[in-house]
Design a protein around this ligand. Structure first.
Ligand code: PLP
Length: 367
């Protein structure tokens, strides 16, 4: 059986350093916002090419805290609008709602599955304050396009980097391509912790200071609260583990790209559409997403050949029960992606032999 993702195999490759780091944190006697968190924040900021990194409890909180910080700074107020791709994971949209703002859903491009920059301007109103591109599946969104529109209309750009740690755009890394960025270190992400974790990166010192306080009960100084904050911090054990794994992120992403190249070169089936090939480091293949009009049948076929696949995601956000007020929207490109997408196993602990088995099983699919 080839599992979609095998966290045990993935994390075993970092031993014994991973366990040593966890034990060091456990024995330090300091568990929240200590040395481990500080040194990971520094290392991750440097890696992304940003001045600041603030660890948070998870990726959703990182997004929400950025928006809450802009509200606290007076750059946004309740009811303001944020443009977001309609086919993202629902967390992106929930963060906007949680911050008291209004998500405005934008269709993606059918090929890249990232926000369609040609449609953004038609969604801008006098309440629009930000664009929140998502580097979905690990492919960087068209940041030149997004930034040009943002500059023209004085909007903030907040990257959702939860699926694209380490991906590059014109020689710069995700996390440094807009005004602020949010990362998730959920265990299955390209840079995954041993539990929940997240981070904000930015070059904006005022935003960084505000976000650091808001993530800590709205406080810079113990028992002095200047904002109505939340409690969302990256703990020492997660930070220690992430510090070890960060050193291998580039080689892990290179292995993902190598697997993706093998799939793109090897899968030849008229019923399967492959993702656009990328050789510039713009794609870190968090998800190797193919599409097929016979998606469910393809998934069953692969399962019969011992290959586990997933769908990202089975239900579009505007079709979720939780998002009833958006259910009237017609978003055909988004809906087609959700109906046809299938994610093949693609993680750095896969062997060449397993990759070959996936290719052969995909090529033997008929309808
Ligand atoms: C995983 C993910 C998130 C949320 O991250 P958590 O750490 O699980 O809160 C947000 N956006 C996208 C696109 C994601 O894939």
């Amino acid at each position: 059986m080839i599992n979609y993702c095998n966290l045990k195999d993935i994390n075993d490759r970092y031993e014994p350093a991973l366990t040593e780091a966890v034990v060091r944190a456990a024995q330090s006697g300091w568990y929240i916002r200590g040395k481990e968190c500080g040194s990971f924040e520094q290392a991750f900021a440097a890696y992304c090419g940003c001045k600041h990194c603030i660890g948070t409890g998870n990726g959703l909180d990182a997004l929400t805290i950025i928006l809450r910080s802009y509200c606290a700074m007076g750059a946004m107020e309740p009811g303001d609008e944020v443009i977001v791709p309609a086919n993202t994971y629902i967390a992106t949209i929930l963060s906007i709602i949680e911050a008291g703002l209004k998500p405005v859903l934008c269709e993606p491009e059918a090929t890249s599955c990232n926000i369609d920059t040609t449609l953004i301007e038609s969604l801008i109103t006098e309440r629009t304050r930000a664009i929140m591109p998502v580097h979905l599946y690990g492919l960087v969104a068209d940041m030149d396009g997004v930034n040009a529109i943002a500059q023209k209309h004085s909007l903030k750009v907040i990257e959702d980097c939860a699926q694209a740690h380490g991906a590059m755009w014109n020689g710069k890394r995700t996390g440094s391509l807009g005004d602020a960025a949010a990362f998730s270190f959920y265990p299955g992400k390209n840079l995954g912790a041993l539990g929940d974790g997240g981070a904000i990166t930015t070059n904006d010192t005022q935003l960084a200071d505000t976000a650091r306080a808001i993530a800590n009960y709205g406080s810079h100084k113990k028992y002095t609260n200047i904002y109505k904050g939340v409690n969302s911090r990256l703990d020492e054990i997660q930070a220690a583990a992430l510090g070890v794994k960060l050193q291998h992120l580039d080689s892990d992403n290179e292995r993902r790209r190598e697997i993706a190249r093998k799939y793109i070169d090897g899968i030849r089936n008229p019923h399967i559409t492959l993702p656009v090939a990328d050789h510039n480091g713009n794609h870190v293949y968090h998800i190797f997403a193919v599409t097929s009009p016979q998606r469910d049948k393809l998934q069953r076929h692969l399962m019969e050949h011992g290959i586990e696949t997933l769908t990202h995601y089975p239900i579009a956000p505007h079709k979720q029960e939780a998002m009833r007020e958006y259910s009237h929207l017609e978003l055909p490109v988004t809906e087609r992606i959700h109906a046809q997408e299938l994610s093949l196993p693609c993680h750095p602990a896969m062997s060449d032999n397993e990759v070959q088995q996936v290719i052969e099983a995909a090529n033997s699919f008929t309808i």
